[in-house]
Write a protein that binds this ligand. Structure first.
Ligand code: NI
Length: 167
């Protein structure tokens, strides 16, 4: 399992470099990231979160693992406020407004051009992970960041009883 970098680590604030070659090394890193994501019970992980400042994201919103090289948001619509968490910001959460639906283009493990359009958990996950590639954390967008301790008694929590997984 790879070490997940925590808020305060400078690598999380760097703008990650594009992946020039999808080769043995980058595919091995992606496979290790997927394993780390599952072990940490997350739905997504970006390479900077494991100390590699490259544009690589993995996620699994329930349909199996997906690996994205050099992903870019190409379209978005709507606006929705949702709870977000992050494996790099343990024990915290916030309610973040973002576009509801996004379209993302990326290269898959074989270097093929792919496109995914997502709303709900997928749309949220894609935007959260792609932000990591630009050195951004969800806490940058938060009006207020809550801790899990406070969450136990908060009315917001009562309205959102489903525990969101971290990204
Ligand atoms: Ni995150």
């Amino acid at each position: 399992m790879l070490e997940i970098r925590k808020d305060g680590d400078p690598v999380l604030r760097q703008v990650a470099k594009p992946v020039a070659n999808i080769d043995e090394n980058s595919l091995k890193l992606a496979a290790e990231m997927i394993k780390t994501m599952y072990e940490a019970d997350g739905v997504g992980l970006a390479a900077p979160q494991v100390g590699e400042s490259i544009r690589l994201v993995v996620y699994d919103v329930g349909d199996g693992p997906v690996t994205m090289f050099n992903p870019v948001v190409t379209d978005s619509e709507g606006l929705l406020e949702c709870e977000e968490r992050c494996l790099s910001v343990p024990g915290k959460y916030a309610f973040i407004a973002r576009p509801e639906t996004v379209e993302v283009r990326y290269l898959d493990r074989s270097g093929r051009h792919c496109k995914v359009k997502g709303d709900g958990l997928l749309g949220r996950c894609l935007q959260h992970e792609l932000d990591h590639l630009d050195g951004k954390l969800y806490t940058d967008l938060a009006k207020e960041v809550f801790t899990d301790e406070r969450a136990k008694n908060s009315t917001e929590r009562a309205k959102n009883p489903v525990k969101e997984k971290s990204r």
